[in-house]
Design a protein around this ligand. Sequence first.
Ligand code: NDP
Length: 327
Amino acid sequence: SRKIRIGIAGYGNLGRGVEYAIAECSDMDLIGVFTRRNPSDVKVVNEDIPVYAFDELKDFQNKIDVLILCGGSKNDLPIQGPALSSMFNTVDSYDTHAKIPSYFEAVDASAKPNGKTAIISVGWDPGLFSINRLFGETVLPNGETYTFWGKGLSQGHSDAVRRIDGVKGAVQYTIPVPDAVDRVRSGSQPELTTREKHTRDCYVVLEEGADSKAVEHAIVTMPDYFVDYDTKVSFISEEELKNTHSAMPHGGFVIRSGKTGEGNAQVIEYSLTLESNPEFTSSVLVAYARAAYKMNEKGDVGAKTVFDVAPGLLSPKTAAELRKELL
Ligand code: NDP
């Protein structure tokens, strides 16, 4: 059978990660990268891959099987998801958890009448973590689910620190509290407050003449972002920020702790340790692009989430191969 033809819509961290991930898949071809910027300003990793303007997408409806949407969740996907899923099968990483239900409805209204399959909110959280939360609470209905994030760089919290007056640059790491993780792993099902689960570490470069005490105060008291956490602020040089804090590590654990039968403790743990959050997320997107293609071939159209995708569809192997090799 022929290869699955993939397009990339938006070329930031995820777009680049998707380009790398497709290069590892012998059943896929990357047809092109599409950008809102001037295509000649966008440098892709493999120079043989063509870069097109977004407007040209409409000419690719018969040339692309699945379009992987790599725009940002805040401003790009709410527009691009519904717009592009009327023309293409799509996969995206929409991660604004509270708005996923309404995003799903908007994409479904666009994909379904046009016979397209659109898998939304793919990645690790939402994504692989969501599946593991579902496994946990279904297998162990009498229990508690715990999600810990980190150690990892949080883009949203880093941006919030950068917006403070007097801050020239900053990164923020979210760190699970080891004692809380140990208590959860023990099966004791502790009740944990926000402050008990994670701490936040900020590395900040000040503008010249900025008041470090005022900046620190603005950070640790910031509502929603920091006030409910124990936050550590360290001031560093611009050089140190560049040299030691430009990677994008992340990860975390989903733990389900439950009791069965005569009160036996059962603990399930799923854990990720990621040197590059975007490259990993992109690898998940590419696996789900394969599933989107197969589901559409079978006429399973409309918006979908990871809960609606049978695991075997993610694999390039046939069902018979999977039964023999992995069952
Ligand atoms: P980026 O900010 O790197 O890219 C987002 C968009 O911005 C791109 O599609 C691109 O669009 C544009 N862009 C990128 N670089 C530039 C530039 N130099 N100048 C101007 N525009 C640029 O975001 P990420 O790729 O890191 O992340 C995308 C989303 O993925 C995040 O918003 C996050 O919500 C989600 N995510 C989800 C995860 C999950 O587990 N579900 C995990 C990690 C991230 P264009 O080419 O059209 O200009």
